[in-house]
Design a protein around this ligand. Structure first.
Ligand code: LLP
Length: 421
């Protein structure tokens, strides 16, 4: 049961967590190519509609080698910053495969994307005006707020009344005025109502809303329905995956009907980030200390919140696996511990009061479903080094796909002299 997911998927291919840590050091992000490819296929086949495309949401994981695989699987991509555009182009995506969804960006950023031939989405009236002033007669997309949201935490709900994102549907007349004033061609509308739903009801409702709104505009090339598809983080407790088949067919019906009535050639886009990469990643670390403070047993590891921020940011749950130091069998006996990292804040907790198999210093710990918003949210806080990333390839072999930071990386951007170099 303990290694339920990694055993079932032969996650580590021809190697073991212990060997990987020995070769590449700790902590270490490990990705499985087969799982990544499967998740891409799931999404490409999600909606039965002839002109359906998937934009991978780069923010979830922007490793160049993973992006290349995602592109090979036939996905396009969304970008949230010039940096993401740069990395996507470096991974071989063509400008027409990239959708830049700006939020409070400068005119320079809009034009950085636009001048490369990338479609730009604008998410406020003032930004639409700015775009028009810099680019009269241009093509543009607009992000709307369909009035409802979803998400695993209030911080990641991006539709509805309490969010900075999108233009409300009652402002359509204002949008039209600006389009006219600057002779802009509206090529698409997009939305994203939030991150992580396990039942598609709200997503489906939001699509109905965006379709209603789309009828206000003529000749749209595309409607982007957004991402947010959840994955089961509590696999050890038997949590079931999202039922993509049922949801996809239901959405497919809706889209086919709408298209035949309104715009038979329109492209519909989904924009998943987490779903594509979360389950293909495990974060390995090492247990360096065990202690008891005031009745709480702490298991101290090298996985601080600079390496995996989600538990600290959102109180997010990740299943944990234990791999004994010398590769022996995982003990059946359990202990309840609070798993913490090595950062100088008391909130540096990966899992509080978690029941885990008995473990000791030197054992390896695996944080599962860490492929999305793991490395991409990591930092050098406390001047710690961001970990390396390794890919378990389809044939079971492994390869380094990003090296660990070095101490010199920490000095890279300083302008003065280094007194010890
Ligand atoms: N499209 C837009 C415009 C987005 O802002 C996002 C995510 C996505 C698509 C992809 O959403 P997904 O399919 O991954 O749910 N750091 C948080 C998640 C933040 C999501 C931000 N926007 C976490 O670790 O849970």
């Amino acid at each position: 049961m303990q290694h339920y997911f990694t055993n079932k998927t032969n996650f580590y291919g021809n190697t073991t967590p212990q060997e990987l840590i020995k070769e590449y050091g700790s902590p270490l992000y490990v990705y499985n190519e087969n799982i990544l490819r499967q998740r891409c296929k799931d999404m490409v086949n999600f909606i039965p509609y002839k002109n359906y495309r998937v934009n991978y949401s780069t923010k979830a994981n922007a490793n160049l080698e993973l992006l290349k695989i995602i592109r090979e699987e036939g996905l396009d991509a969304d970008a949230m910053s010039p940096g993401e555009i740069h990395v996507l182009l470096s991974a071989g995506f063509l400008p027409e495969q990239i959708f830049y969804i700006g939020n409070n960006v400068s005119a320079e950023e809009m034009m950085f994307a636009y001048n490369k031939g990338i479609t730009v989405s604008i998410d406020s009236l003032s930004q639409l005006k700015k775009f028009g002033q810099h680019n009269p007669g241009g093509k543009v997309a607009v992000r709307i707020n369909p009035g409802l949201g979803v998400g695993h935490h209030e911080k990641v709900i991006t539709g509805g009344k309490h969010t900075k994102f999108g233009i409300n549907s009652d402002l359509v007349p204002e949008i039209k005025k600006l389009l006219k004033a600057y002779e802009l061609k509206l090529v698409g509308i997009n939305q994203h109502i939030g991150s992580l739903f396990m039942n598609g009801e709200q997503y489906f409702k939001s699509i109905k809303e965006i379709l209603k709104l789309a009828e206000e505009f003529e000749d749209l090339n595309f409607i982007d329905m957004g991402g947010g598809f959840g994955i089961p983080y509590k696999k050890q407790d038997g949590e079931e995956p999202l039922n993509l088949k049922v949801l996809g067919e239901k959405i497919g019906d809706l889209l086919n009907k709408w298209a035949s009535l309104n715009n038979p050639n329109i492209r519909f886009i989904s924009e998943p980030g987490r779903y594509i990469v979360a389950e293909c990643g495990v974060l390995l670390g090492t247990i360096h200390a065990k202690k008891k403070n005031n009745g709480i047993c702490y298991t101290g590891t090298d996985i601080g919140f600079n390496v995996l921020a989600r538990p600290m940011f959102y109180g997010a749950w990740h299943d944990i696996e234990i791999y004994p130091l010398n590769g022996g069998v995982v003990p059946l006996a359990m202990e309840t511990v609070t798993v913490v990292g090595n950062i100088c804040e008391s909130g540096d907790i990966i899992a509080a009061n978690r029941q885990l198999p008995l473990h000791k210093e030197g054992d390896i710990i695996g944080i599962t479903d860490a492929g999305a918003y793991g490395y991409s949210m990591s930092s050098n806080y406390n001047n710690r080094l961001r970990p390396a990333e390794v890919l378990i390839q389809s044939d079971g072999s492994h390869r380094l796909i990003r090296r660990r930071d070095t101490l010199d990386d920490l000095l890279r951007n300083f302008t003065g002299n280094c007194l010890s170099c």
